[in-house]
Design a protein around this ligand. Structure first.
Ligand SMILES: [Zn+2]
Length: 312
């Protein structure tokens, strides 16, 4: 895309203050229901998994209980794996993919791994199909001490007791056309910076940790997802979203310095999935299937390499 959309909120070159944030908030419209789409499905899983409300986010008059599901028969002798979805609420297959994994595949791993799944970390944004929370803060830049995002702080608190016990963390995301048409312009406007157009890759990719890339692990996920949907090619600079492609469909980010969710544990195997839902070649169901394929491939790889992975 080469258009340079001008974001309607604020004055170019000036970061938003309280008035601009309030104006932005007033323009956000609830478009779908967290209760209908997520809480109902979580409730149906209560017989099969332990369900815990690990926090609540409150943007009056709206309140959102936060739910995590864990394996029945949690066993301290087993490694732990964390699956997170909906850190970016608009990235639908991250949320629905995490739920589909629980409904269709998670029990296959019973007795081998303790699963902890938080399917929708940012419910306010899920309902408004937005990237940020109601304070115009990106939860996926906020996994840090004294987090400015309640959504991120709640997950960090949930994970803290097992932080060193996790062998795996897979964080489920999408890269969408609206990243370029809406959310990157909004970010530039919020921060008073010029908007620099970029490209949206056509296909699935993963983001590994620059400090711990685990490329064989990333490759195993790409191989599994390639059977469900196409993998994003590198652009003419050999990059995906401005980062060098280090293996087919794999780029690396600095998880911890950037405050990314995927840096929230000390797991040996960590990744962020990026499904592309706007391709004419995929359906919403295929996007969810791609997320489930990624989770299963990640678990299979981590469990096969468990001896190396354990950090008990
Ligand atoms: Zn995302």
């Amino acid at each position: 895309m080469t258009t340079n959309p001008v974001h309607p909120t604020g004055t170019p070159g000036q970061p938003w203050g309280d008035a601009e944030r309030a104006l932005w908030l007033s323009r956000q419209v609830r478009q779908r229901s967290y209760v209908d789409d997520v809480v109902v499905r979580v409730d149906r899983l209560r017989g099969r998994f332990g369900v815990e409300q690990y926090g609540e986010v409150s943007y009056p008059p709206d309140r959102y209980p936060l739910f995590a599901l864990r394996s029945r028969g949690w066993d301290d002798a087993l490694p732990c794996a964390l699956v997170t979805g909906g850190v970016h609420g608009y990235e639908t297959s991250g949320v629905h993919g995490a739920l589909q994994f629980l409904e269709t595949a998670a029990e296959r791993y019973a007795g081998r791994v303790n699963l902890l799944v938080a399917p929708c970390i940012s419910p306010w944004a899920y309902e408004r199909i937005h990237r940020w929370n109601a304070n115009a803060v990106d939860p996926n830049r906020s996994f840090r001490a004294d987090s400015p995002a309640a959504e991120s702080a709640a997950l960090m608190q949930l994970v803290a007791p097992w932080r060193a016990r996790f062998a795996l963390h897979i964080d489920l995301h999408e890269t969408t056309d609206s990243d370029e048409s809406e959310f990157r312009p909004a970010l530039a406007a919020r921060d008073g910076k010029p908007f620099e157009p970029g490209g949206i890759p056509d296909g699935f990719y993963t983001v590994g940790d620059a400090a711990n890339p685990q490329l064989d692990f990333q490759r195993a996920i790409i191989e599994a997802v390639a059977r469900v949907t196409h993998i994003a090619p590198a652009d003419d600079k050999g990059e995906i979203i401005g980062s060098p492609v280090v293996a087919e469909g794999v780029i690396l980010y600095d998880f911890r310095p950037l405050g990314l969710c995927a840096g929230v544990t000390d797991a040996r195997y960590t990744t962020t999935t990026e499904v592309y839902p706007d391709s004419p070649r995929v359906t919403p169901q295929q996007c969810c299937d791609a997320q489930v394929a990624a989770v299963c491939a990640a678990l299979d790889f981590a469990l096969a390499h468990d001896g190396e992975a354990r950090r008990v």
